[in-house]
Write a protein that binds this ligand. Structure first.
Ligand code: UDP
Length: 141
């Protein structure tokens, strides 16, 4: 199976709830390593660029406002099938539809304040990792 890297964000709602550690524990229990991490407070321009693919969607402004409402914790997760594995741990975008035991079912309040982001494919993972970690050094363990 392929060792992959994916970009994960713990969004402002989950950071404010003080559940970074609980979410990290789920990544680790699933066999994903935290290969890089940083906490940042996104500027409006950065959030707009990161979510540029959604700029024509009706929820774009609210999404950007939410993403800049407080600090976020950004990490690169590494492991077998990391992209899909992280998406499975996250659960569906709308926490009401997320399977029980997923991060969004347990920590998210609504479809907009939904606790976590995860890259959805290999190409987006690469773009998103370089967005937050340009020139990243990954340390083998
Ligand atoms: N979003 C929203 N309203 C919607 C759909 C999406 O606020 O009706 C937000 C939500 O925070 C979501 C993000 O936009 O996580 C990106 O949407 P996407 O469809 O890519 O979902 P994801 O990949 O995060 O599950």
């Amino acid at each position: 199976m392929a060792i992959e890297r994916t970009l994960s964000i713990i969004k402002p709602d989950a950071v404010a709830k003080n559940v970074i550690g609980q979410i990290y524990a789920r990544f680790e229990a699933a066999g994903l390593k935290i290969a890089a991490a940083r906490m940042i407070h996104l500027s409006r321009a950065e959030a707009e660029q990161f979510y540029g693919v959604h700029k024509e969607r009706p929820f774009f402004k609210d999404l950007v406002d939410f993403m800049i409402s407080g600090p976020v914790m950004v990490q690169v997760l590494e492991g077998e099938n990391a992209i899909l594995k992280n998406r499975e741990l996250m659960g569906a975008t709308d926490p009401k539809k997320a399977a029980s035991g997923t991060i969004r079912a347990d920590f998210a309040d609504s479809i907009d304040a939904n606790a976590v982001h995860g890259s959805d494919a290999g190409e987006t993972a690469q773009v998103e990792i370089s967005f937050f970690f340009p020139g990243l050094n990954i340390y083998a363990r």
